[in-house]
Design a protein around this ligand. Sequence first.
Ligand code: SF4
Ligand code: SF4
Length: 324
Amino acid sequence: MAYATVAVLTFTTYTFGGLLREQVCTYMCPWPRIQAAMLDEHSLTVTYNDWRGEPRTRHTKRALQEGKTVGDCCYCNACVAVRPMGIDIRDGQQLECITCALCIDACDGVMQKLGREKGLISYTTLSDYDANMALSGAKRINQEGDLVWDTSEVRPIALHEPVEKRQSSVAHTSLKTFIRPRTLIYIAIWSLCGLALLAALFLRDRLDINVRHDRNPLFVMLSDGSVRNGYEIKILNMKAPPRIFELHLRNLEGGQMNLAGEAQTKWTKLIIAVKPDQLRQIKVFVTVPRENIRLGRKKFEFYVKEIKRAEQATYTAHFEAPRT
Ligand code: SF4
Ligand code: SF4
């Protein structure tokens, strides 16, 4: 079993991490779809700001000398080189983007070296982006049924406006982006989920019992006419201190137990000590005297309870007897 588990894990890790790589995120992971469904036009997403980057050129000085308009993007492709998902953020927002922000860091580094303002790629809302695009002179055009921005007429705001004027006219992220009904509802939902998980963690049972009936033989007829069944019982103590439990039989008239390998004395309850955070496995024989035997299979319960405490657990098992 262990070898099979290691083989399956090795195969799937190599296939997903070594061969498929970002295809797993794009086609198999539900997160991009969930993220896309949660966004609206006021959500912050990684955005290339065409309104200050376009027209992009590798030869800014020459283009300026020729009287051409140039944007802040120097076509260095640093944002493309770091991409983990194989997309170019300058093509617009894409479903594949995992908002890792590596392109933001790469571009900010380039802008810093060129002595230009950071944030050519930044966390921006779609509504701010649209407002800035309109401000820069870009026009909406219909392209195969989609309204997209035509950047051929863009007059880059960042390069040509004085800083004071630019600050007042360019749309920026404000506190309102974070505090609005949608974000508050998301916070409430996630908080409720978190509280439910915490409650489940603190309220979960710290005691568990698991029972396995012997398959062969199903039962043994003893010389005095009574019938005996064997069970493998696991009692799990999920607390730090050692604990002592009582093990009882329920709904099994005349039923008595004894531990395998111990004296033949039979008990209606057994005392079991379990070490801290440990599972104790015991082999128990349950015997029903001749006068109480009912033919065939009978349902009954193993009931385990911590001594002097209320914590308890039950397991429904079967007692097998001859059918005729
Ligand atoms: S945030 Fe990450 S995944 Fe998205 S475009 Fe930038 S580098 Fe690619
Ligand atoms: S890193 Fe910035 S400047 Fe370089 S290509 Fe990407 S967007 Fe343009």
